[in-house]
Structures are given as structure tokens and as C-alpha cells.
Design a protein around this ligand. Structure first.
Ligand code: COA
Length: 296
């Protein structure tokens, strides 16, 4: 399979520079190659390949900064999060495995007590990703464990390569997931399967993860980027305002009794009839043209 050449666009004049650091690298990809008015996708790379992209405090603060930035930039239509690929091994050493993120950085747990953890987990990166109003996709190629699985679960959609592995191994450290994993996992794969993962620390293969609904799609590694960008571009080409409302209303189903959720949906649906984008979308369909969204 062909590897896709990503067009990395320079930072646009009307965009604030992204909070790029050594451990968080952000590339911009145009939603529509032929029309730079259609906004951009932020491709965010967690870059610590020698430690399987384990989440140390620099990555956690980088992800939080990335989320505030992505939320504030009108041009950003969607965020994809991925882990850096392994580097070439030093001579005589074995190659590191592929990883999305192999968890929180365990070395930062040494000597920590509850007060330290409460402090450092306040306003954490998982909630920052979860609370983004724009669509998010985790592009997963390799180990996705502990806090890494929680990053993936905080995203709206999970696209995985066939060599990926998923699990919550915290139990082997005398811990449980702490970044929303027990809750978001239960919603995604059901109470019974979530408990099995949390209590056993066992890993799921990509196909098992697909079967239980943990990931949306599985591709061969060399097809993953192309498939992810295709889905991302399809989503990002819709009205940014309507996307936000769609995400908000589906998300509400996690917390509201069904009667309240249905009422919320009916109200949001009605309010969309007062937006310019509803007029634009309906007219474009009837005239067989492409909609030029206003985002309101
Ligand atoms: N935190 C800190 N460092 C980590 C890490 C983590 N969560 N996961 C991997 N690393 C580091 C290893 O210490 C190693 O560093 P080194 O080469 O400097 O010694 C490097 O990443 C490569 O990992 P390694 O264990 O040698 O790779 P492997 O192929 O033998 O095993 C895993 C891969 C994923 C099975 C193994 O790394 C692992 O179990 N990681 C921890 C997973 C975990 O418990 N996550 C939940 C944390 S809350």
C-alpha cells in the first residue's frame, strides 16, 4: 500500500502559533487541498519514542496547552492524536516496539503520595481532550496502555493498526486507571469487559478491541494514516457549528436519562433551523453544489 504524503501547511497568519515542544509536535493538514478556506486538521504527535511515548509531566502540560490552543483557533476543525514511531535502534540494541502511548510515566510515580497525585491530576490532560468541543480522533499504531488507553478513550473516534494492543495494566502496579479510564471504558465496551480489563491487566489485540467496540476501525499499519485522514477530512468538511452540536448532544446521552436526552436533542435540532449553515446545507443539497459553511 502507498504511504500518503502529508502536506504540512505553514502556520497561517490569522492563527496563533501552536504550543509545539520537543514532546508535542503539531502539524497542520488542510481539510481541502484545493481550498485553504476550508480550515485545517491538527495532527498532534506525542513524541517520546524511546519511552514508548509514556506520558510524563511535560507531555501532560503540552497536551493541555494543545487543547486550549485548538479550541481557540477557528481554523482548526478537528484534532488527530498519534504517538511517534520508534527511532532506528542504536547499533547492537533491539528496536523499541510501536506505541501510541504505553501509559503514564511510571518513573514519575516513585515516592508520590495522594496529595501529590490529587494536585497533578487536577485539570488533567484526559479531561482537556474530552472537553474539546471539536471532533477528535486517536490514530493508534502499537501499545495503547493505561493512561494511553485513557487518551484514546477521551477522543471521539479510535482508528487502530492491526498490530496495536490495548490494556489497563495499572493493576500490576497496585493501581487502577486514574484518568477516567474506568468510566469511559465502561461506556465504550460495557461494564463486564471493562472490569475484566481493569482487574486482569490483560491486553486485547486490535481485532478483539474492534469486536468489543473499543476501536472504530482496524487497518494495516501502512494504510492507517490514509484511512484516518479520509475519515477526518470527511468530518472536518461539515459545518463546524453543527459538528459541535452533534458532539454535545450525543455526549449528553452518557449522563442524561433518555427522556431528558431526547428533549435536549429536539431543542438543539430546532435551534439549528435558525442557523445560516442549515440554510446553506439545504440549499447546497437542492442545487447540487458544495456547501460553503459559515460556522453559525
Ligand atoms: N512509563 C515509563 N517508561 C516506560 C513506560 C511507562 N509507562 N512504558 C515503557 N517505558 C519505557 C521502558 O522503561 C523502556 O525504557 P528504557 O529502554 O530506557 O529501559 C522503553 O520504554 C521501552 O520499553 P520496554 O519495556 O523495554 O519495551 P518492551 O517491548 O520490552 O515492552 C511494554 C513493552 C509496553 C509491554 C512494556 O514497556 C510495559 O509493560 N510498559 C508499561 C505499561 C504500563 O504498565 N502502563 C501503565 C502505566 S500507569
Amino acid at each position: 500500500m502507498m504511504r500518503l504524503d502529508i502536506q504540512v501547511q505553514p502556520i497561517r497568519p490569522n492563527m496563533t502559533a501552536p504550543p509545539v515542544s520537543e514532546v508535542i509536535i503539531i502539524e497542520e493538514i488542510q481539510v481541502d487541498d484545493e481550498n485553504d478556506e476550508k480550515g485545517v486538521i491538527a495532527l498532534v504527535c506525542i513524541n517520546r519514542p524511546n519511552k514508548l511515548n509514556a506520558l510524563n509531566s511535560d507531555i501532560v502540560s503540552g497536551l493541555k496547552a494543545m487543547c486550549s490552543w485548538a479550541e481557540s483557533q477557528n481554523e482548526i476543525r478537528l484534532v488527530i492524536i498519534k504517538g511517534a514511531e520508534p527511532l532506528l535502534p542504536e547499533e547492537g540494541k533491539r528496536a523499541k516496539p510501536n506505541a501510541f502511548v504505553a501509559g503514564a510515566d511510571i518513573s514519575e510515580f516513585t515516592g508520590k503520595k495522594s496529595d501529590d497525585i490529587r494536585q497533578s491530576f487536577k485539570d488533567n490532560a484526559w479531561e482537556a481532550i474530552w472537553n474539546l468541543s471539536k471532533p477528535t480522533i486517536a490514530m493508534i499504531d502499537g501499545f495503547t496502555l493505561g493512561g494511553g488507553l485513557e487518551v484514546a478513550c477521551s477522543c471521539d473516534i479510535r482508528m487502530a493498526s492491526s498490530r496495536s494492543k490495548f490494556g489497563t495494566p495499572e493493576i500490576s502496579l497496585g493501581l487502577i486507571p486514574g484518568g477516567g479510564g474506568t468510566q469511559r471504558l465502561s461506556h465504550l465496551i460495557g461494564y463486564g469487559k471493562a472490569l475484566e480489563l481493569v482487574l486482569s491487566g490483560e491486553m486485547l489485540s486490535a481485532n478483539e478491541a474492534l469486536k468489543v467496540g473499543l476501536v472504530n476501525h482496524v487497518y494495516e499499519p501502512e494504510e492507517l494514516l490514509e484511512a484516518t485522514l479520509k475519515l477526518a477530512r470527511g468530518i472536518a468538511s461539515k459545518s463546524p457549528h453543527t459538528l459541535k452540536i452533534g458532539k454535545k448532544v450525543v455526549r449528553a446521552s452518557l449522563e442524561l436519562p433518555i427522556s431528558e436526552g431526547v428533549a435536549l436533542e429536539a431543542e438543539e435540532f430546532a435551534q439549528l433551523f435558525d442557523t445560516e449553515d442549515k440554510e446553506i446545507g439545504v440549499e447546497a443539497f437542492l442545487n447540487r453544489t458544495n456547501p460553503n459553511w459559515k460556522g453559525k
